[in-house]
Design a protein around this ligand. Sequence first.
Ligand code: MLC
Ligand code: AMP
Length: 496
Amino acid sequence: MAANHLFDGLLAATGRESHRLLRLPGGDSWSYAELVDLSGRLANLLQAQGVKPGDRVAAQVAKSVTAIALYLATLRAGAVFLPLNPAYTRAEVDYFLADARPAVFVCEREREAEFVGVDARILNLDGTGGGSLLAAAQSLSTEFSNLERGPRDLAAILYTSGTTGLSKGAMLSHDNLLSNALTLVDYWRFTADDALLHALPIFHTHGLFVATNIAMICGAAMIFLPRFDLDLMIEQLPHATTLMGVPTFYTRLLADPRFERKLVAHMRLFVSGSAPMLAETHARFAATTGHQILERYGMTETNMNTSNPYVGERRAGSVGLPLPGVTVTITDPQSGAPLAAGETGMIEVRGPNVFLGYWRNPEKTTLELRENGFFITGDLGKFDADGYLQILGREKDLIISGGYNIYPKQVETEIDALDGVMESAVFGIPDADLGEAVAAAVVLAAGTVFDQEQILAALRPMLARFKLPRKLMQLDELPRNAMGKVQKNLLRERYG
Ligand code: MLC
Ligand code: AMP
């Protein structure tokens, strides 16, 4: 069989066929062998649908074992996986499909009618294993001759929003994903004896390329929950050895009286990332459980960059040390010149984890990815005397809510397009549950009446629900500085 860099690397441990890879909360489980067989059927189906090497396969589906098999099938067929958040509206999906032009689009069964007419072959899937994708694959062989793919071939495109409001597709190679997952297996000491409690979505880096890839590589079991659900978490934690989550997972667990020291005394590792974790959460978690959460820092374009150590001090408020093979520098945000140790500036990252560039967007690629290989993250930070990195802010205008990124510009563009709106400013306000929540200040034309419900109703068909403002206010004018730039810091101070 031809070499397929990422697939071969992910499944190298599948000799242990008796080992259960995916355990579902209802008691069902899937072995590696079963997962690989399903991926073979799906790869045959993709090929029969005309998918060629380099073609994109887009999937906007609920979390399921079949969705993981579809990811593997896409790799095996030499194609490029493009997962999309099921929360995205038709309007949002239209943009991704027009930009990525996938050969196949797998959507949720109940939404298929919404997508009639899109320029891709459509198949559907539901969360319980039904749908035209599986029906069509059922009669096909589990045997599939993998297409050859090398380290620099494209494995996935993940869209990440941009400051202009338009999303950019980050192109991730087979080796970007494999090298990073191999590093993390080692760094976090994952083995086949682990059982990872998986409650993250699988359309982002964290749930797919960190959690799932790591578990597959080392042959660990995954307790595969459809989503974060407190009751299920409490029920399943006794069966797990490790958990990966966004900070909201940890604050919600800590707020539940059932989350006690003895429930997790046997656990080996808790990892947090995708959003800043408060030092206070770190301390409360340690006091309640006796475990120190291990915080790490990553992003769609780079996978994981830094991590607190497995052995050694896990420092609250810090995202740890650069991972082996990854170089992190701090530069002057204006000039790009390197800054002295201890100074605060732009975090730049170079390594085998750094993406190939933005899909069909050489201008943005040139702006953010230097010729010397450093990626300009848009995050601001500094190293302390012991080499631990601290993230101190973001130069990019971005809200991170419960681990989801929301670019204010996209929300502002939609609000500004509404009748009677002169202008708007969207900003993040502190939120005890989600870290940050979306707020919007709106300036209306004379004679227009402010009607919050009407504004939200008009935004619903345009924006995924997690992007909708949770707080809306009418202002006579937006605060601006001498340059005419809206001062979002003032809005945050006044209305946060
Ligand atoms: C859901 N809702 C959110 C939200 N999640 N609103 C704001 N921010 C969020 N993160 C809204 C829904 O639209 C819905 O609104 C209502 O909340 C209830 O929906 P739900 O599905 O019941 O939500 P809940 O279970 O509470 O989800 C919260 C959550 C989830 C934190 C568990 O968002 C989550 O799993 N987040 C993880 C995101 C993640 O994996 N990020 C990694 C990105 S990769 P309505 O209006 O319908 O009632 C990355 C790189 C890296 O960043 O470093 O890892
Ligand atoms: P995304 O574009 O969804 O991949 O989000 C990446 C961004 O999430 C990074 O650029 C950071 O701003 C943020 N992020 C990820 N991990 C952390 C962390 N541990 N602490 C603070 N911010 C983080």
